[in-house]
Design a protein. Sequence first.
Length: 241
Amino acid sequence: MNLIERLKAAKHLVVFTGAGMSAESGVPTFRDAQTGLWAQFRPEDLATPQAFAAHPSRVWDWYAWRRGLVQKAAPHEGHIALAELEMKIPKMTLITQNVDGLHHRAGSRTVIELHGNITRIRCSECGEPCEEFPDHSPPPCPLCGAYLRPDVVWFGESLPREALEASFRVCETADVFLSIGTSTLVQPAAMLPFKARELGAFTVEINPEPTPFSASAHLVLREPARLALPRLLLEAFGQPA
Ligand code: BV8
């Protein structure tokens, strides 16, 4: 069966997305060169507890800048096509490494955020979520006075256990697994496409560039997500995104 026939027959579709899914919404990927004030830093060197401890204001300001980009960004036709697919297929699980919340804004309902969400703020000590905070860099927790931080998973921090366990569990029943817009480099999330393939899912990579998963995927669509996903929706279910 080809991909379109498999999507039509699928009982459980699992979709795994990375920063490339948001690139066409104007949210730079981790591999994209940083611009302006941030050009001198590598994301991997800012997205760590060590960087926040050493330079709290720099890290807070970097996230504030990224939150601004995310708030200005809008989901594109690829995000919307995924939300539409969820209505067409008996069960769909969307696992994202992205922290921008664009899948929720596009209407996807079953979303697992493996690396947190940049628009959520919490205390770096007591963990208390916080929505209103003074314009300090970084602001103090209203409860305990420690620095507030973005509710994302930094390099060297563990992923939320339930989210990670759920992500591996859904690979067990996936008929089709789409790996979209990820360099498949960041662990342990990058194990998921391989796990899905090992457990029998028909695996598809959608990415203009090759990745470490390309050789293992059953099918590779070397194209951007914004183009590929609406086409898959149309060919499988006769509906534009
Ligand atoms: C952890 C939130 C346990 C923050 C992010 C083995 C096992 C476990 C850990 C490790 C391991 N090996 C190494 C590690 C450590 C580390 C790691 O993986 N390092 C890498 C760099 C080698 N992992 C961790 O630290 C993880 N923690 O394992 O805890 C532990 C505990 C204590 C001590 C040790 C271990 C935590 C990882 C989470 C980090 N946080 N995000 C923030 O956003 O600021 S990860 C970050 O990278 C983003 O979430 C991003 O989504 C993610 C992955 O990158 P991609 O999504 O793939 O994006 P990228 O830019 O890389 O690529 C974009 C792709 O899109 C490209 O392929 C491009 O071609 C494609 N593309 C571009 N345009 C399009 C497109 N595709 C389609 N359409 C387009 N238009």
